[in-house]
Design a protein around this ligand. Sequence first.
Ligand SMILES: CC(C)(COP(=O)(O)OP(=O)(O)OC[C@H]1O[C@@H](n2cnc3c(N)ncnc32)[C@H](O)[C@@H]1OP(=O)(O)O)[C@@H](O)C(=O)NCCC(=O)NCCS
Length: 147
Amino acid sequence: MLYEAAGPEPGEPDPGPSDWIAEGIPALYLDGWGRSGDIAVVAETAERALVGAAWFRLYFEHAHGWGFVDEQTPELAIAVVEAFRRRGVGRALLENLIARAREARFGALSLSTLENTSGARLYESLGFRRVGEFEELAVMRMDLTQA
Ligand SMILES: CC(C)(COP(=O)(O)OP(=O)(O)OC[C@H]1O[C@@H](n2cnc3c(N)ncnc32)[C@H](O)[C@@H]1OP(=O)(O)O)[C@@H](O)C(=O)NCCC(=O)NCCS
């Protein structure tokens, strides 16, 4: 799901995840999953096949990914497998994850995204706002302290 979230866009060359693993990206986003602040939701078919996931975790000034804003703000990632996109699965995952973040008393969430994508439109419609950029990605933040 992480590779679905941050790997090549559909139609782009797909070299597979080995370079990516060597760069430590999966380790940063997933190793030791279950530490304080880690929360995930998944979407499954009636047959329990995994079709999507959204999750967040806290990162550090010295070790963080593309959508980092500060050490108090979890960064989320989301992916829906291509065949199940454009049916509302992504929105449902995010609404659920945002509710979990509020329950856990986080004041904000962040993420990074390519601009002018389906994801970017979805995040904006849920209340995320652009607060910066990281290389070619927009960094977005959602304030959870407002009703
Ligand atoms: C971004 C992503 C998670 C969105 O997931 P999704 O399940 O397609 O999201 P939704 O279905 O809720 O919404 C996407 C679009 O489908 C539309 N849609 C939702 N239900 C629909 C339906 N029943 N019929 C037609 N369209 C529908 C939405 O209006 C939205 O339209 P838009 O792109 O024109 O704004 C998915 O595209 C993805 O995995 N992308 C690759 C990974 C990625 O970019 N991850 C983000 C970086 S962390």
